[in-house]
Design a protein around this ligand. Sequence first.
Ligand SMILES: [Zn+2]
Length: 410
Amino acid sequence: MATSTQRNSDQAAATEAHGSPKPCPNCHETRSRAIYSVDSIPAHSVLLMPTQDAATKYPRGDMRLSFCEACGFLANSAFDVTLNEYSPDYEETQHFSARFNRFADELVADLVERFGMRNKRVLEIGCGKAEFLRRLCEAGDNFGIGVDPSIRPERFSAEARSKMQFVSELYSEEHSDLKADVILCRHTLEHIQPTREFLDVVRRSIGDRRDVQVCFELPDVRIVLEETRFWDVYYEHCSYFSAGSLARLFREASFDVVDLWRAYDDQYLLLVAEPTERPTQAALPIEDDLAEMSALASAFETHSQKQIAHWRDTIGTFHREGRKPVLWGAGSKCVAFLTTAGLEHEVEVVVDINPYKAGKFLPATGHPVISPEQLKGYEPGVVVVMNSIYLDEVQKQLDQLGIDAEVVGT
Ligand SMILES: [Zn+2]
């Protein structure tokens, strides 16, 4: 297994100082400062590999996280879009978790009841496996149009497919003829770097209509910075938003932000907006976060290397004590955790409840992914849960399997 090397942020800042600063992809100002840097991390982290050899040879890129003082946006200034590879092998779905499904059902009910998304044409940009779109179509008697290269229509029943249409491509200006009453975009904007250009494409597709609702959901970077969650900073996510930077982007692109709130233990941001003729002014208290975000970016810069060292030592100690630590959740957080902390043999396997992941290998590190049932024979002493929101769910599953291990949250 290969490792990545970390450079401290002083070096990153020095490098940035010698080059000319890039304009912010969100607001086009050149007032960004480097706060965090990791070399040679896998370009994708949820694209699972069929063999260990293919996994360790997976393309890599660098992370140079910079904070824009003008709009509060964070971006990987070293991001190279040509390393992207979104295909049906991209296994991002979280819908095998009861906890996640409860959240999805509550959000669907909210969108149908509170925002009246009923009997509408719903276009979802970056719909993934379209599981959420299917739920929204069923609950609100909507018709769904899902656009995503990783779509797998064969996973749906004929009845579900009768309420949906799929376009197996990356969304672009060419899809502006796909007219809809609701434009949904969940966990996609953070994978796009020219965020302003992308939102302009969405706005142009709406044209003169005013009765269109736009709903975006994405990770909130605030908690990532606040709790120094370095495992939430990885190559696939080239763009990082707070409530304020997200609202500023929408307002500049001629939308009114109708509502903006946090969900999923403050991990996600949800925004509902409507098109306007011209840019709009900030109106919600949650948008006023620029000074707070600047302070949090500095705190992350100060604490990140200490946090990385803490986890490297903790997992290393578990391993040396013969406690066979395993990570639970073979997603992006897990790949970032292992590659950033430089962990290899200290962890032998990672576990995931998504049956499509078992038998595959993590990109870059080559760790094999096993199912919870397979974990029984492995007899781990410690299970590190990559997202603490699943702690109860994981403990329950371990109890059912009769696995007596210490459960640790990140
Ligand atoms: Zn900016």
